[in-house]
Design a protein around this ligand. Sequence first.
Ligand code: PNS
Length: 161
Amino acid sequence: MKKAIYPGSFDPVTFGHQDMIIRSAAIVDELIVGVLNNSAKNSLFSVDERVSMLKELTKDIPNVTVDSFDGLLVDYMRERGATLIVRGLRAVTDFEYELQIAQTNHVENPAVETIFLTTNLQYSYLSSSVVREFAAYGGDISKFVPPQFIDRIYAKYNIKK
Ligand code: PNS
């Protein structure tokens, strides 16, 4: 039984995250999408809002659950009995940071392994920060995020479309 966690900020969730969730859920028995509750970071959406959007997005995938965590990922994984971390690699620029986190987590708990999925080429340019930047200036974000979230994102910037 492979229980994996796909951790992230998801502020907001993008088509790239959705693609990663669908593909990783197909290769593990159980996938927990773990939203980092980082109070130090000035996030656009509250952790509850992010969890609720991810729940909406994944409601039809039976082996996916959504949760939030704070503190260290390895501690949360011990709590949940998960041993696998899934992360997406968009480009070589992601690699150095991801390698460091993966190795640190493995040193902290040798039972924890990280697997990387290469992002679908279609979404390799995409990030939550790009979405926030576009939305802040009223740009078209329909190619970046699932349609049901578009109004909620613009609303954060008091933009009516
Ligand atoms: O979507 P992000 O912001 O790139 O996700 C980063 C995340 C949440 C995976 C990472 O910051 C994390 O695991 N944070 C929890 C704290 C932790 O365990 N840090 C140790 C990393 S060396």
